[in-house]
Design a protein around this ligand. Structure first.
Ligand code: AMP
Length: 322
């Protein structure tokens, strides 16, 4: 990413006393780690600024640090920094119209223009990778806990350096981080990957019961009674969807569960070939080329999403003649 753009961000941050950092609803470790790391780095660099990382807290990510509550109407001339989010309507906990200026830092495909400075790098493994680059290339400061949060965000969103957005630069940045801050990787991995046996058993259930089409599309509906039987919660599906990567017979796969509170189906979609985010965008969804999600009201629409994904797998096989 260009150094002048990072310098412009640094200059803009320097100019504001009240700064709010927000990310997408339904956050993953990269979303929360990027906002917490950026908040803490700004605070460390500019101790007199008021900086808040906002949005709904997720208890399983508490180890990354705590989030802040704000009353937007009491903030004077605030700056909003939106991280890990391409679209304004999925911002969690803020109303973009309340801000004097907006900076966006993201690694999803571009969707909405939000502010005067936008860094959108689809080739970055994670929002944390961009924040780390920003800190390294400006006078922003870092300490152990900021470095640890950035390591977690990069590791989680690159799926342990397995996804195609993992580049030599990702390895270089992470390697420098580990060396400089002597990161205790064992503890960090424990925080990120330890899970109850019930989840492991639930994952086995998915492996045993997933349907796989002749085109290599795998899918499963995770019914409420099964989720209860295994003693897990519906969000567990999001934790384990990446674990179905590199299964020989499957090139794209999706899990669907029903969210009673929101009265909608939540779909997690992954791929290791066909492009899925465009299809997801037809179903109130979106995301990355190979990792997307959707929120759907009607069962028929879930069926037709699956049909489109299966078709895409068929096209992919044909195009790649395998
Ligand atoms: P998930 O399967 O929930 O881990 O989401 C994978 C990716 O898709 C993340 O980058 C999410 O931000 C994105 N995503 C999930 N659901 C939606 C949605 N309804 N609309 C747009 N993007 C989504």
């Amino acid at each position: 990413m260009s150094v002048p753009l990072f310098k412009k961000i640094y200059k803009t941050i320097s100019a504001y006393d009240n700064i709010v950092i927000a990310r997408h609803i339904g956050p993953d470790p990269d979303a929360i780690a990027s906002q917490i790391a950026l908040r803490d780095s700004i605070k460390l660099t500019f101790p007199n600024k008021k900086v808040y990382a906002v949005g709904f807290g997720v208890s399983k990510f508490k180890y990354l640090g705590t989030l802040d509550r704000i009353n937007e109407s009491t903030l004077t001339k605030p700056l909003l920094i939106a991280v890990d989010i391409p679209n304004a309507d999925r911002l969690d906990g803020v109303d973009i119209s309340n801000y004097h200026d907006v900076i966006k830092i993201d690694h999803h495909p571009f969707e909405d223009k939000m502010g005067s400075i936008e860094i959108v790098n689809e080739n970055a493994s994670s929002a944390c990778e961009i924040i780390l680059d920003l800190i390294n290339k400006t006078r922003m400061k870092m300490d152990y806990s900021i470095a640890a949060a950035l390591f977690i965000g990069i590791t989680a969103d690159s799926d342990r350096f397995l996804l195609p957005t993992t580049s030599p630069k990702t390895f270089e940045l992470v390697s420098q981080l580990i060396l400089k801050y002597k990161l205790d990787i064992k503890t960090l991995y424990n925080n990120l990957y330890e899970r109850p046996l019930s989840e492991m058993r639930f994952q086995s259930f998915i492996g045993l019961n997933m349907s796989v089409t002749e085109n290599g599309f795998g899918y499963i509906r995770l019914e409420e009674n099964i989720i209860k039987e295994y003693g897990v919660d519906a969000s567990s599906a999001s934790n384990m969807v990446n674990n179905f990567n590199f299964v020989k017979e499957i090139i794209a796969w999706a899990f669907v569960s029903y969210d009673e509170k929101q009265e909608q189906y939540k779909v997690n979609i992954r791929s290791r070939g066909p492009i899925i985010n465009e299809i997801a965008s037809h179903y109130n969804g979106g995301g990355h080329k190979y990792a997307s999600g959707a929120r759907i009201k009607k069962q028929e629409d879930v069926d037709s999403l699956f049909k489109e994904l299966d078709e895409e797998c068929k096209k992919y096989h044909k195009a790649n003649k395998d």
